[in-house]
Design a protein. Sequence first.
Length: 257
Amino acid sequence: MASSDILRPRAQAFARRAGVLLFYLLLWALLARAVDSPLLLPSPASVIARLASLLPKAIFWLTLTGTLLRTLAAYALGILAAVLLAALCCRFRTADALLSPLLSAVRATPVTSFIVLALVWLSSSRVPVLTGFLMTLPVVHAALVTAVRSIDPKLLEMARLYRLGAAGTLRHVYIPAVTPAFVDSCLSAIGLCWKAVVAAEVIGVPKLAVGSRLYEAKIYLETDALLAWTATVVLLSVLLEHALRRAAKRFSEVRHV
């Protein structure tokens, strides 16, 4: 296949996304002109100008780094805890009976409730990590437990017949069976984790946090700054999820080689 045949679909997809983006920017500009109040709805040009003024400042990048590190810490801890707890729940019925109601309660409780309660117990810089952790844990845990319980018993019986042992069964049966669900749940959890961390920052207002800048922009009625930081959050979330999808795809390709 010629390289031009490969690039043409990519160019078409890029043009389609660019067209959608231009459509919404135009719609935004028309609405801003109709409202005619920068306090309520600033124009795209003013928001882009405000974002451009933030980019050269070191504090802008330090703020992004602070939020990103909190998100990655919460995400990694949530996945690690989900794997360990899923193994416990699948191995011991008592652990499953004890943990299932707790994790269901975590999933059902509004994130703001966790944030307000955590602010009583922890410093404002640690609350976003705990909140992101609690949003990640139930999603990945539920996917792992469901995947393990859906494994064909015949595969486990075959592993016993061939005397693969615990390590061999884990490698050749459990890991291949749960990997697709695990990857999908991790991709779903990153968006929840990111939003939960930023929401906790808005309420807790820690230092060097995107949520703190959002709160300050709201307090000082700087709507253009509020939208500039919001656009930054959305863009970072998209880039982070895209990077994880590429990593998951590469891992899948390597595993099947």
